[in-house]
Design a protein around this ligand. Structure first.
Ligand SMILES: [Zn+2]
Length: 541
């Protein structure tokens, strides 16, 4: 997703200096494989009048108890294999006690009947035009406020929604629309099925009096825009980067992973939320100011190009290849941030891409002044706090540096192999490293150790001395706290007669190199092609 500015400031206020390892809800004794969700909404979309959810699970270890994550809605009854059983529901957990230990390999169907007004996750509010709407908005672990689930990204499952709502409402959800039926009481029931496993934070429905707009051009997957009725005329142009995004990521990575793509304008606490095949964009996206100017290629605010490309890139990275733990969330956000940048590079301009990456670097440096933590962050307890410049912009820079180091052919071959191995599943940072090592034949452990598992960025100070005997001496110091970065550093030495590119290979925080040189340098350019996420000063000694 793209985080709103307001979350960032709250997050920084909440940052605490106390460090404790985060405890994650991981798959242990059982895993869900499929959810069958039947939800009926009332006339004004103000509550769930009734819901019946069947959770198909596979037992992994002998167990007597299964704990679902489930919020505060009122549970009427629960069942196992359709037989009603006793349950306890407290502190966000719904506990099923099995009649006897279930053995590994056993499949069970857990049933939960409930009703009420969710306090989060399914946002029940008016749309821009004042019409009632119900929109799922789950990141990071808010889906359990309206659906009983195992609420962790790695617990991916397929899902079928049967949503019953007043006949005037349009309903959209993950996956393919199978059918719409009119009930005896005149409402409509919409059935959507998502046939490949998706993370629980991406499981959503959107219900409202949308204008449903089909793009004028053909897309690589069935594409529709769901916008407030008053924005019907804005949708075509406003979402114009969507079709090229689908084409670009298909070309760079792999075919689009889902049955269709819906772009929805409605309630989300983020700028955009990448729900699999049903992305929700903030209700202000067609009316907001454009501090970064207008796109030359699409005639929409530049920030909307990166927003749309970012959320669409997530369909591959985050939704299809999902982070296996929250520490790996950069595999979602860093990828979406970088691939939105690649989209800008392809469709807008090289200059716009360079600016995008420079702004990303500035965000990282600003963030590091407030908090020193690795991208792979096992400690930060608040998941919302993981929406930070490390996960997004520094993650994007890690990919940019890998691309610069490995070259486009090897880098994208590695990315495609990584995607292919983990699509519709989960991946870890180590899985990415392994894929890029296999593609390149290079050992990337040192790079990942310093850039992903450790904190900070290099702050280089280069001093050069012309010794007059056809020799240039350069002294490269690294001023940042913590360990040295041993990445190759490209410099260009300019003399009156021309220029020479030199690659320094520092081995520690102080590194001295003698370079035979015919003429006295007049200037040295540091990292002239912006290959490194660094700050640098160059001084003649
Ligand atoms: Zn994102």
């Amino acid at each position: 997703m793209i985080r709103p500015k307001s979350v960032l400031s709250v997050v920084l206020l909440l940052s605490s200096s106390a460090v404790a390892a985060r405890v994650e809800r991981l798959i242990d004794t059982w895993r869900p494989t499929h959810y069958l969700v039947n939800i009926t909404l009332d006339d004004q979309l103000s509550e769930i009048t009734s819901a019946t959810v069947s959770i198909y699970v596979t037992i992994l270890k002998p167990t007597r108890v299964i704990a679902l994550d489930f919020g505060e809605l009122t549970v009427n009854r629960v069942s196992i294999n359709r037989n009603e059983v006793p349950f306890t529901h407290q502190n966000g957990k719904l506990l099923f006690t099995l009649p006897e230990d279930a053995m590994p390999g056993t499949s069970l169907v857990l049933g939960v009947d409930y009703h009420g007004k969710p306090k989060d996750g399914l946002i029940l509010t008016a749309d821009k035009d004042g019409k009632p709407a119900a929109i799922g908005d789950n990141w990071p672990d808010r889906v359990h406020h309206w659906l009983p689930v195992l609420d962790h990204p790695s617990a991916k499952a397929t899902i079928t929604f049967n949503i019953t709502a007043p006949a005037r409402q349009e309903v959209v959800a993950n996956g393919r629309l199978d059918h719409v039926e009119t009930t005896a009481s005149g409402e409509r029931t919409w059935t959507y099925s998502e046939g490949v496993p998706i993370p629980p934070y991406c499981m959503i429905v959107g219900v409202g009096q949308f204008a449903k707009v089909e793009p004028a051009q053909r897309a690589l997957t069935p594409l529709s825009y769901y916008v407030p009725l008053s924005e019907r005329e804005l949708a075509q142009k406003g979402f114009s980067p969507a079709i090229p995004s689908l084409e670009f990521f298909t070309d760079k990575v792999a075919p689009y992973p889902y049955e269709k793509l819906a772009l929805i304008v409605g309630a989300t606490r983020f700028g955009g939320m990448e729900n699999s095949s049903a992305i929700v964009f903030t209700s202000t996206m067609f009316s907001r100011n454009s501090p970064a100017g207008m796109s030359k290629a699409f005639g929409v605010p530049f920030n909307n190009i990166t927003l749309i490309a970012h959320e669409i890139a997530h369909q591959w990275f985050g939704d299809s290849v999902t982070e296996s733990t929250w520490s790996d969330v950069w595999l979602s956000e860093g990828f979406a941030t970088y691939f939105a940048g690649l989209f800008v590079q392809r469709y807008e301009s090289e200059e716009a891409f360079q600016r995008y990456m420079r702004n990303a670097a500035a965000s990282v440096f600003e963030y590091e002044k407030k908090k020193r933590a690795p991208i792979f962050d096992r400690d930060t307890e608040s998941l919302m706090e993981l929406l930070n410049a490390n996960s997004y912009q520094k993650g994007a820079w890690v990919l940019h540096m890998l691309r610069s180091n490995l070259g486009d052919d090897v880098f994208f071959r590695g990315i495609r192999a990584y995607y292919e191995s983990h699509k519709n599943s989960v991946a870890s940072t180590e899985d990415l490293r392994a894929a890029l090592e296999k593609a390149s034949g290079k050992d990337l452990r040192t790079f990942f150790a310093r850039w992903v598992y450790d904190s900070g960025h290099p702050q280089y100070e280069l001093k050069w001395y012309w010794l007059g005997k056809k020799e240039l001496r350069v002294v490269l110091s690294q001023m940042q706290p913590g360990n040295a970065f041993v990445d190759p550093v490209h410099i260009t030495v300019m003399t009156a007669k021309g220029k020479r590119d030199v690659v320094l290979k520092p081995t520690g925080k102080l590194f001295i190199e003698r370079i035979p040189l015919r003429d006295k340098p007049v200037q040295i350019d540091f990292d002239p092609n912006n290959r490194l996420l660094d700050e640098s000063t160059v001084k003649a000694g």
